[in-house]
Ligand binder design. Structure first.
Ligand code: NAP
Length: 267
């Protein structure tokens, strides 16, 4: 960040939190902490649960045109009464550090210079950091949700994996998962991935987050038993979720570059 500051840019991230969803409150705190450690200015806009869509969009429009703000992130889920798509479309694609705007979603398909969502990015980053080859591997994704599974389809294709996608209508889920060199679960059901569904030696990445009765979180994978069959496995907590905040910061830096590029183009 020092280089950026030397050139007169003080990176600043705005996070919008509507309501008090406990996981979102914790995530905001963890982003604030990471920003503090990295020297990125952090500003939280906490709005009441009963705020209207128009209130959030008005704030977004203000932040979109504020040159001191380089990244904007909206904590999800939004209150059920809000039109999520309408709100997400109001974020400037150049400041959209969680990769939720349709323009950035489109860039995933074309592998273009956009801002990509951090949780699917994190699934890939874990493999890259651990020297796991993705190129040419058969990746089986369980879950096609908008946040994780769906963007991952194209992000894994961009890494030259051969991709199979499973969901609730998939017939014979274990038959598919057993063929996976890389199995990524993004479902949100504790224990849905069991040891008998894993090819021995496979890479297992668990993006699921589930509450554990009595406190804490766990993933989708039966970690204790799958660990005995898998070659590599990412834990929950301490796996996919643990690097998303650092990827948000990486996206802030990328956003600054995109904004500078846009400004140059406009002159
Ligand atoms: P989502 O939109 O709820 O999607 C869940 C997906 O799982 C759907 O595609 C659904 O299939 C599929 N599914 C449900 N039950 C299934 C079953 N029995 N067999 C096969 N597929 C099944 O979820 P999301 O928002 O993408 O999130 C996925 C998980 O990632 C959640 O646990 C979420 O908490 C977690 N997450 C983690 C992070 C992190 O930082 N680590 C961040 C965001 C989300 P259909 O499409 O057919 O319904």
């Amino acid at each position: 960040m020092t280089g950026l500051r030397d050139s007169g840019v003080n990176p600043k991230l705005a996070v919008i939190l509507v309501g008090e969803d406990p996981a979102s409150v914790l995530y905001s705190r963890s982003i604030e902490k990471s920003c503090g450690a990295a020297g990125v200015e952090f500003v939280l806009f906490a709005m009441p649960e009963k705020s209207s869509e128009d209130d959030v969009i008005a704030l977004l429009q203000r932040l979109n045109t504020d040159d001191s703000i380089h990244g904007i992130m909206i904590e999800l889920p939004l209150p059920p009464a809000m039109n999520k798509q309408k709100v997400l479309q109001a974020v400037s694609p150049l400041k959209d550090v969680d990769g939720v705007h349709p323009v950035n979603r489109g860039y995933i398909l074309s592998n273009g210079e956009g801002l990509f969502p951090t949780t699917p990015q994190s699934c890939i980053e874990i493999m890259v950091r651990n020297g796991i080859e993705i190129n040419g591997k058969h990746a089986v994704l369980v879950g096609r949700g908008e946040t994780v599974g769906k963007p991952l389809i194209f992000m894994m294709l961009n890494q030259n994996a051969t991709v199979t996608v499973c969901h609730t209508r998939t017939r014979d889920l274990p038959g598919h998962t057993r063929l996976a060199d890389i199995l990524i679960s993004a479902v949100g059901k504790a224990g849905i991935i069991t040891a008998d569904m894993i090819k021995p030696g496979a890479v297992v990445i668990d993006a699921g987050i589930n509450s554990v009765p009595g406190g804490g979180i766990c993933g989708d994978v039966d970690f204790v038993n799958v660990e005995k069959v898998a070659g590599v496995i990412s834990p929950v907590p301490g796996g996919v979720g643990s690097i998303t905040t650092s990827l948000i910061l990486k996206n802030v830096i990328k956003a600054i570059a995109l904004q500078q590029n846009e400004n140059k183009g406009g002159k």
